[in-house]
Write a protein that binds this ligand. Structure first.
Ligand SMILES: [Zn+2]
Length: 184
């Protein structure tokens, strides 16, 4: 049986690997436990901005971790951490030649590819891309990468990318955690 855990935000019980895990390492240090292997007092959360904010507001995350407070930039730190991870995954994909950058690449979009749009692009630009992606059943993620804006607004991950599942999971988590709320 797949192990399940309860989200401290919405209280839903979900498979452990779909949730984020935070661990208290003592003296008010909280670690974001990506691989779920750190020992210590832990708490699970859906990778949703609303669950994270709710768990903090209702002090359920603090209680689960046995700390009095989390520091006012806790959410920002979590988002930054995930942003780093997402950039790392994209970089790895780029290094082995499966990441294509720029609007021109959209012309060659085909089934099995994945589109990543940088946050903050105006809808007039994104709409035709999203439309084209829809006709090809291509997944689209929009994520806030302010530091990417000068470089690339659109990236395509080619269908044959061997680590596609990993990168998709990272993108899903990042886009869920950054939609809604004030994005740092
Ligand atoms: Zn939840």
């Amino acid at each position: 049986m797949i192990p399940h855990r309860q989200c401290v935000g919405c209280k839903k019980v979900l498979p452990k690997k779909e949730l984020l895990r935070f661990v208290s390492l003592g003296s008010n240090t909280i670690a974001f436990d990506k691989k779920g292997r750190l020992s210590g007092r832990g708490a699970y959360l859906c990778p949703d901005r609303s669950c994270l904010e709710r768990a903090i507001r209702d002090k359920r995350l603090q209680r689960a971790l046995g700390v009095s407070s989390l520091g006012k930039n806790f959410v920002t730190h979590v988002v930054w951490r995930l942003k780093d991870e997402t950039l790392e995954s994209l970089h790895l994909c780029y290094k082995i030649g499966y990441l294509k950058i720029g609007f021109d690449e959209v012309k060659y979009l085909k089934e099995g590819d994945v589109v990543v749009l940088s946050g903050g692009i105006i809808e007039e630009i994104t709409e035709p891309i999203v439309e084209k992606a829809k006709t090809l059943s291509v997944e689209v993620y929009q994520v806030p990468f302010p530091e990417y804006c000068n470089v690339c607004l659109v990236v395509l991950i080619r269908g044959g990318y061997p680590k596609k599942n990993n990168i998709l999971k990272t993108l899903q988590v990042f886009s869920r955690l950054t939609s809604g709320g004030d994005n740092p």
